[in-house]
Design a protein around this ligand. Structure first.
Ligand SMILES: C[S@@+](CC[C@H](N)C(=O)[O-])C[C@H]1O[C@@H](n2cnc3c(N)ncnc32)[C@H](O)[C@@H]1O
Length: 244
């Protein structure tokens, strides 16, 4: 896999299996509720819109949704779904792509900020999100909290899907110097094994807050999840709302 190429995620072949692998594993309904509230009646831009897991239910609620995605394959899956042709999508790198102005909310869900290769690109992404916002607009990010303690000699193997007819196992290798993690998810089902590589440049919540400040945003909320559970020392992920 090419390192941190914005087209790489879809090029791995995951577009065909994405909805099946992730539907039901993530709290989509609650995320959609919260995003709709945060949009406050305005239009929403989703960076890394993918196959429309969040965008299509938002559209169904009457919210104007736009997107950016680096993968033509993922966008094609979105286009094939009912309503998918009514969502304007720019195919490009969300650290730089221009999808218009005046959004009350920009969304970057499921750790996708970490798909950018380094701190500089992540800061650029915050700046780009801020450029798209209407006055007092919000940027909401969902990301995991790095758990380097789970690694031994910078490597870990962990089960993801455990079903009677399908399992998946993820291998991960850390480079603490560059704060990068290379992962491959191996999906095993009857008669087949598929490999889905993905690279991450991880950052702790406080580093993301600083990136937001550099982009002229301030932190308004931090929850442990989309249901607004309190963020604590034990939280493994966070949903953070930044505001202009
Ligand atoms: C984990 S999927 C999330 C999709 C969707 N947001 C969801 O919640 O189901 C990440 C998406 O971000 C896209 N992506 C990753 N890096 C990107 C980049 N630098 N620029 C644009 N899109 C990117 C991938 O192609 C993929 O569709």
């Amino acid at each position: 896999m090419a390192d941190f190429d914005p087209t790489a995620y879809g090029a791995s072949g995951i577009a065909d299996e994405y909805d099946d692998l992730y539907a039901g594993h993530w709290e989509t309904d609650t995320a959609v509720d919260r995003i709709a509230e945060l949009a406050d009646g305005g239009k929403v831009l989703e960076l890394g819109i993918g196959t429309g897991r969040l965008a299509l239910p938002l559209l169904a609620r009457g919210i104007e949704v736009h997107g950016v995605d680096g993968s033509a394959e993922m966008v094609e899956k979105l286009r094939q779904k009912p309503g998918g042709d009514r969502i304007p999508v720019v195919v490009g790198d969300f650290a730089h792509a221009d999808a218009g102005r005046g959004f009350t909310l920009v969304v970057l869900a499921v750790n996708t900020i970490f798909a950018l290769p380094d701190q500089e690109a992540q800061v650029e992404c915050f700046r780009n999100a801020a450029r798209h916002l209407a006055p007092a607009g919000r940027f909401v990010i969902e990301a995991w909290v790095p758990d380097v303690g789970a690694f031994r000699h910078n490597r870990v193997v962990r089960p993801r899907i455990v079903q009677s007819d399908r399992i998946s196992i993820e291998t991960a290798e850390l480079d603490p110097v560059t704060q990068t993690m290379r992962t491959t998810q191996a999906v095993f089902s009857e008669g087949s094994v598929r490999l889905y590589p993905a690279n991450h440049r991880y950052a702790w919540p406080a580093e993301l807050d600083l990136m937001a400040q550099l982009a002229g945003l301030h932190r308004e909320e931090r929850w442990a999840n989309w249901t607004r559970s309190p963020f604590t020392a034990d939280s493994q992920a966070h949903v953070t709302v930044y505001r202009l």
